[in-house]
Ligand binder design. Structure first.
Ligand code: NAD
Length: 499
């Protein structure tokens, strides 16, 4: 019988009651390995009620006590990291070493929130007036929620729940229905680490569960990560119902390669950043922009053998460069883009469509594809492919190269490869993109900085993790107090100022 994955509510695993399920595949073989319950509105309401009941006592604990849960959680994750990486990898399809990275990037945000007592310190002004002190404090919002994508089933849930919970909120996590096992296990480990029941609830589901979150009057804030159309939908509907909402969407990340760049270094960077995790990363480089025909010709010559020799294997193969795509639909979508690129007139220099792996013929595998002579009007340039496909757009000079990412609708990440400090500095200053790499292909900021794109890669005004996450999951209260009271007799009608 197929394994059923329910929900984690009020500190226990509960079976789904809606009667609706989604298949969870093993992308290596195409087999259905589990069925995940899709929550109804009532099930979501029950989870929210649980969270609401538990939250005040959690918020009343001091920040240091809350932080200790994360210290314990980190130890538990460390002890179980091998099993967790395997659990993640077999549902997602990324290799086990890459799954370790997925977990580690989440762990680093949990490490960051261990500093909650410091992060939540308010501001204080002594003697703001005669006998007057003024201070601001950061207080939790109450019940908050996170809706997360399939491509980082460990990292992004932790990016969401760790700061929210450390700040004293209760959390509803609605993970991707494609790889729900790891988020469920994280819920259990937080409980084992000492988190009171009801503070972290994992409610599986689809649009019904998402809409129930967006319309629930108890939920005060929603953090979303996923594709841009859904990000925009969640932002619009969530803010319309009065919530604080931040949504992170799709991407088309360019790497500009200047004529003075070390081309071997640039080619290696493009291979890792373009094809790692089968291109299923929001910070994957999907567009290479060599500057000048000579640079382009030389770069293509270096890329071709590297793409042709990529090692594609089952996610359990620790030596593989990448594994299968997540679902049959995802694979088909990528294949359609490759067909479209050919029809639109781009030159397919490496064709990975024929790739097949003995013993895994029904898995969702594709070899690496490399397109040259891509132009800005083609769908393979304009849209996010989210697969192992790198496109090369040739630019005549630096200004033309800069125009490409500047004019693209997405603004998540970008990189420049150059040895010239002036060019790099000019690029960092002028580019209208949220995360910029100089000779770094995937410039994902570390946990103590913030992560977020510009333009249609992000909706809302605060980023993920780092100091912004503390601002997002708290609200400020400012107290003005006068001791001793020492008031003059009589009412004052003019607004108090410092004059
Ligand atoms: P997705 O938009 O399909 O799903 C994201 C979440 O939304 C899931 O929890 C899903 O259940 C839910 N959802 C899906 N359809 C919905 C609908 N119609 N109504 C309401 N909710 C719905 O995204 P995905 O395929 O899981 O993830 C890949 C996408 O996420 C890519 O576009 C990638 O660039 C993006 N992403 C962005 C970032 C970032 O920080 N900017 C990080 C990771 C992934």
């Amino acid at each position: 019988m197929t394994r059923e994955i329910g929900h984690f509510i009020g500190g226990t695993r509960v079976a789904g009651k809606s009667g609706r399920f989604a298949d969870v595949y093993n992308p290596n073989t195409g087999e259905v390995q589990a069925k995940v319950a899709l929550a109804s509105e009532d099930e979501m309401r029950a989870a929210v009620a649980n969270a609401q009941a538990a939250q005040p006592a959690w918020a009343a604990k001091n920040a240091q006590v809350r932080a200790r849960v994360f210290f314990n959680f980190l130890r538990l994750v460390e002890a179980e990291k091998e099993e967790l990486a395997e659990m993640l990898s077999i549902e997602h399809g990324k290799t086990v070493p890459d799954a370790h990275g997925d977990i580690q990037r989440g762990v680093e945000v949990c490490e960051f929130v261990c500093g909650a007592p410091h992060l939540l310190k308010g501001e204080f002004s002594e003697g703001a007036g005669p006998g007057i002190d003024m201070y601001s404090m950061r207080q939790p919002l109450g019940v908050v929620a996170g809706i997360t994508p399939f491509n980082f089933p460990a990292m992004i849930p932790m990016w969401k729940f760790a700061p929210a919970i450390a700040c004293g909120n209760a959390f509803i996590l609605k993970p991707s229905e494609r790889d729900p096992s790891l988020p469920m296990r994280l819920g259990e480990l937080m409980l084992e680490a000492g988190l009171p029941a009801g503070i972290l609830n994992v409610v599986n589901g689809d649009k019904v569960a998402v809409d129930a979150i967006l319309d629930d009057p108890v939920i005060q804030a929603v953090g979303f990560v996923g594709s841009t159309p859904i990000a925009e939908y969640v932002y619009t509907r969530g803010t319309a119902s009065g919530k604080r909402v931040q949504c992170f969407g799709g991407a088309k990340n360019h790497m500009i390669i200047m004529p003075d760049a070390d081309l071997d270094q640039a080619a290696d960077a493009l291979i890792g950043a373009g094809y790692g995790s089968a291109g299923e990363r929001c910070m994957a480089i999907s567009v290479a922009v060599p500057v000048g025909q000579q640079t382009a010709d030389a770069l293509i010559e270096k890329l071709i053998p590297r793409v042709e020799s990529l090692k594609i294997g089952p996610s359990s193969d620790r030596d593989a460069d990448f594994g299968p795509l997540v679902t049959a639909q995802a694979e088909q979508r990528v294949r359609n883009y490759v067909d479209a690129g050919i029809a639109e007139g781009a030159t397919l220099r490496v064709d990975g469509r024929g790739f097949s792996l003995q013993g895994y013929e029904d898995g969702y595998f594709m070899g690496g594809c490399l397109f040259d002579n891509v132009t800005a009007d083609m769908s393979i340039y304009k849209e996010e492919i989210f697969g192992p496909v790198l496109t090369v757009v040739r630019a005549d000079n630096y200004e033309d190269a800069l125009e490409l990412p500047m004019n693209h609708e997405y603004g998540n990440g970008v990189a420049i490869y150059t040895r010239d400090g002036d060019t790099a500095r000019d690029f960092c200053s002028r580019i209208n993109i949220g995360m910029v790499g100089v000779n770094v292909p995937i410039p994902v900021p570390l946990a103590y900085h913030t992560f977020g794109g510009w333009k249609r890669s992000s909706f809302g005004d605060l980023n993920q993790h780092g100091p912004d996450s503390i601002r997002f999951y708290t609200r400020t209260k400012t107290v003005t107090s006068r001791w001793p009271s020492g008031l003059k007799d009589g009412a004052e009608f003019v607004i108090p100022t410092m004059n």
